[in-house]
Design a protein around this ligand. Sequence first.
Ligand code: SAM
Length: 260
Amino acid sequence: MKAKKKFGQNFLVDRYFISQIIKEINPKIGDNILEIGPGKGAITDPILKKINHISVVEIDPDMIKILKNKISPINISILAEDILNMNNEFFEKFNKIIGNLPYYIATEIILKLTKIYSSSSELYFMVQKEVAERITAKPSNKSFGRLSVILQYYFDTELLFELPPVAFSPQPKITSAFIRLIRKTRVSSKVIDKDSFEQIIKIAFSQKRKTIKNNFKNILFDKDFLNLEISPTTRAETLTIEQFIRLENYVTQNNINFNC
Ligand code: SAM
C-alpha cells in the first residue's frame, strides 16, 4: 500500500532505531501508554512485547485495518480519529504519550499537550530535527524562540538522538530527531495568565533582531524594565524562561494592556 503524503506517512523501518526508541520509552507494567499515529505498528508491536495493552489514535482507515489484522483487540484500543479533535480530558489518563508524529502537525500536537495537567506525563516524539532543536534550544542559541519558551515553561525537554532519512520508508527529505518532554512540577515562579504568557512571548519575538524595548514599544517603558530588572536593550532570544515568567507576572499584576 502506498504511503499517504497528506497524512505525513514516513514509516520507521530501521530495527536499530526502533530498539533505541523502545529503550527510551521503557514500557513497564502499570504504564498507560497512548501512541499517536501508530501506522502499521512499527513502535506499537515492540511495545506490546513489554506490556499487555496500548491505546492508539490513528486517522487513516487503511492503517487501522492493518493494525486490526495484526494485533488482538484485547491488547489494543484503537480510536479512528484526528488527534487534533481529541478533547483535553482524553489525554489525562495516560502517563506516557508517544509517537512518530506526522510532521505537518507535529508542533500543533505538542502545543495541544501543554494544556494537559496530569503531573506524571512523559512525552516521547519523533519530529523534524529543526523542530527538535527549537523545542530544546537554550537562550542565546540560534534556534531559541517562541516554541522553546512555551514548551520549556511546561516541560524539561531533551533531544535524545537524530535519525537519518534512511531509517524511514518512504525516506523523508529531512533529518529527524527523537525527543523527550517531561512535565515540570512547578513550586515557585508560575505564570498567572497562560494566554497573556503566550501573547507576551509572541510580542517579544515579533522582530527577532530588535531589542525588547523596541518590540514592547508603547507597552513597557524604561521604568518598567527597571522594576523588572531586565535590560531594555537585550533581545528576546537571550532572555531566560524565568525572565519571561517575570515579564508575564508584571504585566498581569499591573494590568498592562498589550493588545495594541
Ligand atoms: N508510527 C508509524 C511508524 O513509525 O512507522 C507511523 C508514523 S507516520 C510518520 C505518522 C502516522 O500518523 C501515520 O500513520 C498517519 O496516518 C498518522 N496521522 C496523520 N495525521 C494524523 C492525525 N491528524 N491524527 C491521527 N493520526 C494521524
